[in-house]
Design a protein around this ligand. Sequence first.
Ligand SMILES: Nc1nc2c(ncn2[C@@H]2O[C@H](COP(=O)(O)OP(=O)(O)OP(=O)(O)O)[C@@H](O)[C@H]2O)c(=O)[nH]1
Ligand SMILES: [Mg+2]
Length: 327
Amino acid sequence: MANATGLVQEALAGSIRALAKLITMVENEVPGAVEALKQLYPKTGHAYVVGITGPPGSGKSTLTDKITKELRKKSYTVGIVAVDPTSPFTGGALLGDRLRMQDITSDEGVFVRSMATRGTLGGLSKATGDTVKILDAFGKDFIIIETVGVGQDEVEIVKTADTTLLVSVPGLGDDIQALKAGIMEIGDIFVVNKADREGADRLVTELNMMLDLGPAKTSWRPPIIKTVATLGDGVQELAAKILEHRQNLENEDGLAKKRTERVKGEILNLIEQEVSRYIHLMLSADMGFDEVIEKVLAREKDPYSYVQGITEPLARYYQQSKKQKQA
Ligand SMILES: Nc1nc2c(ncn2[C@@H]2O[C@H](COP(=O)(O)OP(=O)(O)OP(=O)(O)O)[C@@H](O)[C@H]2O)c(=O)[nH]1
Ligand SMILES: [Mg+2]
């Protein structure tokens, strides 16, 4: 706890070392992490967050590297969070990403951090969200979250993003199938990477057909951009589309709406987490829980009354607030 304030001050003054330490703190959920986040929170809200998701090996890191270079040309600073929900270690993923992002890691306007599974995916998405906040407070103009996969779980991670890029590549066959499984709607921009391979145009056509089938919710029709990330082909156009999407969101109030929803979700999540944390603390502390189980088993107690006893303060708080509101 003691050094949270010190680290926050150092980070806000520009210390990369303090920044990295703060991220490790939230990742490990050590005491003091929440204190640090509390202090950093007022400084957040400036960064624009871009999510990049797609199948393993589709070129997300290579794209991230190239997009970052485009943003740097415009003098934007960039934070990168590479999330790998499938890997229990950061080691391998980290090394690979470092190799692919070699020149940007030596650029002081860029900060790269890799994260891998720590316990639950829920924990990972929380750590990612917290890391984004720290990078935001640190002053990064853009934050790119790279995450592998096209499943519902990864969608959680991507929810932190203002603009989401869905990467696909020709020749995967089941790629379109995976996209159908309910994640098409999270894509603001579709990237067909490895366009040097056969089948890129067919994939573009297929994606277009699927977009036609989907509901047209807003004025933004997700564009489909072909890229060859390794050569940088199409990346300039892709970066321009990201900025265009941002402009569109700002014009249509979409950004404000997105951020309102995000804050709402965040508060609800925090409440749930805290309540569940205390319940588990209570149950693991020696508070006669075993005895309660015995009594419930013996039908001397019913589980409902026991739970009501525990949640009593919350119920009281609710009743009080309701009365105050009515008065
Ligand atoms: N031919 C071709 N190869 C590419 C292209 N983009 C990336 N690659 C190669 O594809 C491989 C995977 O690229 P990455 O950028 O690591 O892909 P990723 O999606 O980040 O991979 P994971 O993070 O492991 O899921 C590397 O060997 C890249 O050099 C491309 O446009 N064309
Ligand atoms: Mg990668």
